[in-house]
Design a binder for this molecule. Structure first.
Ligand code: PGA
Length: 257
């Protein structure tokens, strides 16, 4: 059985001081986390070192929100995978729709970043998802399938053990309008089936597929109860300790079934 994973995508929020304060609150809220649920915090780059120190000795893990497709060198403003590892990261979010929309990231670029992340030992959380107009025109499956094939290009079965996919319908991100549990599960099932044809049925069976897009304490239980929803990538609700820990509680509840 697949474990649940709840990742907090803090986006461009929280100073160093605010990071320390939020992790302090999460530490008291998450004392008795069972091994069936993994919690990953993805603060901005400037907070990684502080967060790494603050989560030491807890069950929380650290992730970044992006990585360069290049190794260390003359790339002003960029951060390499090696730097993320040395800052304490085990995970990295890649291909988030905000990166695709505002910074022009293509599947090809995301694929290069996935390669760099894996080569440095990071677990990539790779985001895919359709826009509202793509959903309304009935092309969700085709769009998401193309993205999945593009971002996974060249990866071998052994590497897929490290890969996590996050299905995040663009129309649900930060809008308060989440996909219904059935809508989410339909796309997750399609992704799993596709990965089964690209690799093997057992790679597909073991793949963690997270849902992201306005997941909150009210809707988390029903989304996480779906058979192909293995966790959540949480934006807004990860910025407050009570909301984030309530979602983690929902994951604990659903992992018992
Ligand atoms: P949201 O963001 O939970 O605020 O919708 C999710 C995400 O962008 O990863």
């Amino acid at each position: 059985m697949r474990n649940k994973l709840i990742a907090g995508n803090w986006k461009m929020n929280k100073t160093v001081e605010e990071t320390a304060a939020l992790i302090g609150q999460l530490k008291s809220a998450l004392k008795n986390l069972p091994p069936s649920v993994t919690v990953v915090l993805c603060p901005p780059f400037t907070s990684l070192t502080t967060a790494s120190g603050a989560i030491t000795g807890t069950v929380m893990k650290l992730g970044a929100q992006n990585v360069s497709q290049n190794d260390d060198g003359a790339f002003t403003g960029e951060i390499s995978a090696r730097m993320l590892v040395s800052a304490g990261c085990e995970y990295v979010i890649l291909g988030h729709s905000e990166r695709r929309q505002y910074f022009g990231e293509s599947d090809k670029l995301v694929n290069m970043k996935v390669r760099k992340g894996l080569d440095s030992g990071l677990r990539p959380i790779i985001c895919v998802g359709e826009t509202l107009s793509e959903r309304e025109s009935g092309t969700t499956e085709a769009v998401v399938a193309d993205q999945v094939k593009g971002v996974l290009a060249g990866l071998i079965s052994g590497e897929m053990e490290k890969v996590i996919i996050a299905y995040e319908p663009v129309w649900a991100i930060g809008t308060g309008k989440n996909a219904t549990p059935e809508q989410a599960n339909d796309v997750h099932r399609m992704i799993r089936k596709l990965v089964g044809t690209l690799y093997t049925p057992s790679v597909a069976e073991d793949l963690l597929i997270l849902y992201g897009g306005s997941m909150n304490p009210q809707n988390a239980s029903s989304l996480l109860a779906q058979p192909d929803v293995d966790g959540g990538l949480i934006g807004g609700a990860s910025l407050k300790s009570d909301a984030f820990s309530a979602i983690i509680d929902a994951a604990i509840g659903s992992s018992r079934h």
